[in-house]
Design a protein around this ligand. Structure first.
Ligand SMILES: Nc1ncnc2c1ncn2[C@@H]1O[C@H](COP(=O)(O)OP(=O)(O)OP(=O)(O)O)[C@@H](O)[C@H]1O
Ligand SMILES: [Mg+2]
Length: 258
């Protein structure tokens, strides 16, 4: 008898879970108009896998991607970055970054293939950065043009970008960021490639690097140029905040060890 009750309870739980999933799929359908068919299909796939349960509001609309807030069954929060089919301008830039990266030698040149490679590239870059001990959103999963990662923020409110809310102790944050650039270089073999106050979130006064689709491996022909540009941006921003920053050559030496 007890056994039977147990089994019933288990089944009930399972069913209610399934119901919840169906419900959040219906929620998704409401915003169906927003997504193309293949994106919608991928979102359903994530929901079915239980990676997230509900896709809530949009956090950011960009030229290339939109970022959404999502939660799973337990209320754990995620950021879901959905790449849109690209403008021709974006296509040109994308190609420059993917070309020359040995990890993406065999990417077809169709628009869809390029976008998928771009999302995958961001996932892989985040993974490498994460493993190298650089504070980035932990990558969770990628499929097609959709990337799921750790949500930086709380209760649906994302951490502010550094540009919007400068650090209280800029010197400390500068030192951490320079250390991250070095770790990226030394341990992840990567250059961020678009580092600036726009792509750093500040969470409890700690910097988190985001937006790594364009990050390149060190043997990319433009990696040193990108590193110089990243460092220039950092030095300029923190100099303006009154930090006694090193000159570019010195920062470059610190990062590369050369
Ligand atoms: N993991 C995350 N947690 C919280 N917020 C995030 C996360 N990832 C991105 N965001 C928010 O979404 C915005 C855009 O993200 P990101 O910079 O990765 O995309 P983008 O393609 O560069 O978009 P844009 O063209 O707007 O710069 C960020 O500025 C940040 O506000
Ligand atoms: Mg950005």
């Amino acid at each position: 008898m007890k056994d039977y009750e147990k089994r019933m309870r288990k089944l009930e739980k399972k069913l209610s879970r399934r119901e919840k999933r169906t419900k959040s799929m219906e929620d998704l359908k409401i915003s169906e108009g927003v997504f193309d068919r293949s994106t919608l299909f991928i979102l359903y796939w994530f929901v079915n896998k239980g990676i997230f349960e509900t896709l809530h509001g949009i956090i950011s609309t960009g030229k290339e991607a939109n970022v959404y807030w999502a939660t799973d069954e337990r209320g754990k929060e995620y950021a879901v970055k959905i790449y849109k089919s690209a403008t021709s301008e974006f296509k040109k830039t994308m190609w420059m970054y993917i070309y020359g990266d040995p990890r993406f030698k065999s990417v077809k040149k169709t628009m869809r293939a390029l976008i998928v490679a771009w999302a995958e590239k961001e996932y892989k870059n985040l993974r490498r950065a994460y493993e190298a001990g650089v504070r980035v959103p932990k990558p969770i999963a990628v499929r097609g043009n959709v990337l799921v990662m750790e949500f930086i923020g709380k209760d649906g409110v994302p951490a502010p970008i550094m540009r919007e809310s400068p650090p209280e102790n800029p010197e400390r944050v500068f030192n951490i960021l320079l250390e991250y650039v070095k770790r990226l270089y030394k341990f992840a073999n990567l250059v961020h490639g678009d580092l600036s106050e726009y792509n750093v979130l500040l969470w409890n006064e700690n910097p988190v690097l985001i937006d790594m689709a364009q990050s390149v491996v060190l043997n990319h022909p433009l990696s040193q140029e990108f590193l110089m540009r990243d460092l220039k941006n950092l030095l300029k921003y923190f100099k303006n905040l009154g930090v006694n920053v090193p000159v570019l050559e010195e920062a470059y030496k610190y990062v590369t060890g050369e």
